[in-house]
Design a protein around this ligand. Structure first.
Ligand code: MLC
Ligand code: AMP
Length: 618
């Protein structure tokens, strides 16, 4: 990796956050090389030898990179952990991995690293394990996927060529580092090329827009793109940019097209997985087809097979299988899981897809029980197992519902004994699992839908509880007026005059007045709506968004429709830099007040419910 490291060239610039102030931290390749050698020395001083496992639960900090690369050079295996993983989760993974040392305190390890002797890299064989990443399976028990030095080098080389990396590149890096995407696709890509990386500790559309004009490459999960689109381009000059890539979850075609239209760049979507690296990608040159993950990268074989394992005809949907040099050799200590996943070197991905007659792959769904929220994998079985141990939970199903921002959001349907206390379940679960795994929608059900074999119907749950929020179109206008009238006694808009509503809505659509309507769809039909107006707050020096005209069809209540609308507006308001979101509730309307309290809004004394954002609001 270090052949292209020119000592004076910039390796890493750690950008300060928007409101964090402070100067940026710049590290040259010469300095990075020395730091990595000291980290190798640190490993030696800790008594770590080749094959030992070093667990790293660190924020996005240069120390993470130094320790990871320093360990690689010593043949020590790193186990990157989510910074928000709970002590119980960390203990489980460390035990399974046989990890010897855990580093979780940057402030404590920094002086030790700086004081360590510089040690030369060892001669590490290519089939030695470099890193252990955990995924989960049908049992809910996490499985370690060991990746070898050979796997990682095959992956980075193939992307180096495919994406034309050069030392002149500037990668704007806003991904976390404890996963394949942020570490092996983005960071390794830049380091292999000797290119410059600008680091943001976390994705922030305002900072990303500021830094894109000084960058050439940007890599994101689809949520990054939906948030950039929601935030808007604000005239940013993207002339220096040569590549935007997306992966880790499906990029909706609408976002692909909107980004092309509004940001003037065609996103290159690619597909990968921890166990196999990045294996399918749209081409650098030539057509990039929205809704597809492109064609196999160099040295990769890919096919789509049916339930009997036979290769399917073009356009038929089956399981995507992959073979190639970046595919791992099997799960740590799990021969059965390995035999199931790997057959003749072919990795059965559990992803459902098809291939066109001209060889382009599409991912259309998943055979595996997995929710991908904001690019992070949540394994329902793991969360269900924890929930089943809580008092009052008789049966539970965890599943994903569609979400414009995160792609999917985690939801739970619970058959409970005794009172329905989702807040208690949520609070107890929070002590046991990282917060991104927490269900954010809770539904009490009398029974779980099951098939004849007794298996819980997750697809049926998604159909029932999946709510899609979208902007209202002119075609919705008529329905909105009708609903607004039907619900006069349901919302804050008490005695609305039909004429006022009709002309008001018409003026909104003519953009005479600043308001927007959002529609919630459930099970293929319109289930609810709300209107948003904005009001300038002199006190906060930014706008406040007001939610108005909320309506959810009676048959669609208790399916999370209002919560979906609420989350959507909250997300949009945050992206737009609003001070917060408010709504009035008529004090006589107790049902509405209960609803707003249940979603966490605060009624105060005047029945004005609000969620105000901290800091910059973006
Ligand atoms: C944070 N939160 C999430 C979340 N991330 N909830 C659900 N899903 C997520 N992905 C929760 C936090 O716990 C917190 O909840 C609240 O949301 C706000 O936290 P935050 O830190 O402000 O979140 P935000 O900045 O909005 O982060 C969202 C995100 C981030 C999408 C920017 O999750 C992200 O960077 N995702 C990228 C993940 C990634 O790199 N995946 C690659 C995997 S590799 P509370 O209640 O605690 O306040 C792979 C292979 C491949 O899949 O092909 O690439
Ligand atoms: P992980 O185990 O974190 O590596 O996640 C891998 C999974 O992410 C894959 O099995 C897919 O389900 C999903 N994935 C990655 N890239 C894409 C993509 N471009 N489109 C759809 N799904 C994707």
């Amino acid at each position: 990796m270090r052949e292209r490291w020119v000592p004076d060239a910039p390796a890493l610039t750690v950008e300060p956050p928007l409101h964090g102030g402070g100067p940026e931290l710049a590290v040259s390749y010469g300095e990075l090389g020395r730091r990595v050698r000291r980290a190798t020395g640190w490993c030696r001083d800790q008594g770590l030898v080749a094959g030992d496992v070093l667990a790293l639960q660190l924020p996005k900090d240069p120390a993470f990179l130094e320790l990871h690369l320093g360990a690689l050079a010593a043949g020590v295996v790193t186990l990157p952990l989510h910074p928000d993983a709970t002590p119980g989760e960390v203990e489980l993974l460390m035990e399974d991995a046989g990890a010897k040392v855990l580093v979780r305190d940057v402030a404590a390890v920094r002086p030790a690293l700086d004081a360590s002797p510089e040690v030369d890299p060892a001669d590490v064989p290519w089939d030695a394990v470099a890193v252990l990443l955990y995924t989960s399976g049908t049992t809910g028990r996490p499985k370690g996927a060991p990746l070898t030095h050979g796997n990682l080098v095959a992956g980075v080389r193939s992307l180096h060529d495919a994406w034309r990396w050069t030392p002149a590149d500037v990668l704007l890096h806003a991904l976390p580092l404890f996963h394949v995407h942020g570490l092996f696709v983005a960071q390794y890509g830049a380091l292999w090329a000797g290119a410059h990386t600008r680091w943001l500790a976390a994705f922030d559309p305002v900072r990303v827009l500021e830094l894109l004009p000084r960058s050439t490459v940007f890599m994101g999960v689809p949520t990054f793109y939906s948030r950039l689109l929601a935030h808007g381009r604000h005239g940013a000059d993207l002339g220096s940019m040569r590549l935007f890539t997306s992966g880790s979850a499906p990029l909706p075609s609408a976002h692909h097209e909107a980004f092309q239209r509004e940001f003037g760049h065609t996103i290159l979507e690619r597909y990968g997985m921890t166990e196999i690296g990045i294996v399918l990608a749209n081409p650098y040159d030539g057509e990039r087809r929205p809704g597809t993950v492109g064609v196999p990268l160099a040295h990769v074989e890919a096919k789509v097979v049916g339930a009997d394992g036979a290769t399917l005809a073009p356009d038929e949907v089956g399981e995507i299988c992959i073979r190639g040099p970046s595919v791992f050799g099997g799960y740590l200590g799990r021969p059965e899981a390995t035999a199931e996943a790997l057959q003749d070197g072919w990795m059965h991905t559990g992803d459902l897809g098809s291939v066109s007659t001209d060889g382009w792959f599409r991912v259309v769904g998943r055979a595996k029980d997995l929710v991908i929220s904001g690019g992070l994998n949540v394994y329902p079985r793991e969360v269900e197992a924890k929930l089943l141990k809580l008092e009052g939970v008789r049966e539970v199903a965890v599943f994903g519902v569609p979400d414009e921002d995160l792609g999917e959001r985690v939801a739970a349907a619970v058959v409970c004994d005794g009172p329905w206390e989702p807040q208690r379940l949520q609070a107890t679960l929070r002590e046991q699992v990282a917060p991104y795994k927490l269900p954010r929608r809770w539904f009490r059900v009398d029974d779980l839908p099951r098939n004849t074999m007794g298996k819980v119907g997750k697809a049926e749950l998604r159909r029932r509880y999946g709510v899609r929020v979208r902007p209202a179109t002119l075609d919705d206008l008529e329905g909105i007026v009708r609903r607004n009238l039907a619900l006069c006694d349901e919302t804050e808009d008490f005695a609305l005059d039909p004429g006022v509503v009709r002309s008001g809505v018409a003026r909104v659509f003519a953009e005479d007045v600043g308001a927007s309507y959002w529609i919630a769809e459930r099970d293929g039909r319109i289930a609810g709506q709300l209107m948003v107006t904005t009001e300038w707050s002199d006190w906060r020096d930014r706008p406040v968004w007001w939610i108005q005209s909320v309506y959810v069809e009676p048959d669609d209540r208790r399916y999370g429709v209002y919560r979906a609308l609420h989350d959507h507006v909250l997300g949009r308001a945050r992206q737009a830099g609003a001070a917060g979101v408010r709504l009035y509730v008529e004090t006589r309307n107790e049902r509405a007040q209960r609803t707003y309290r249940a979603v966490g809004m605060d009624g105060g004394h005047y029945a004005v419910f609000e969620t105000m954002f901290a800091g910059g609001g973006s």
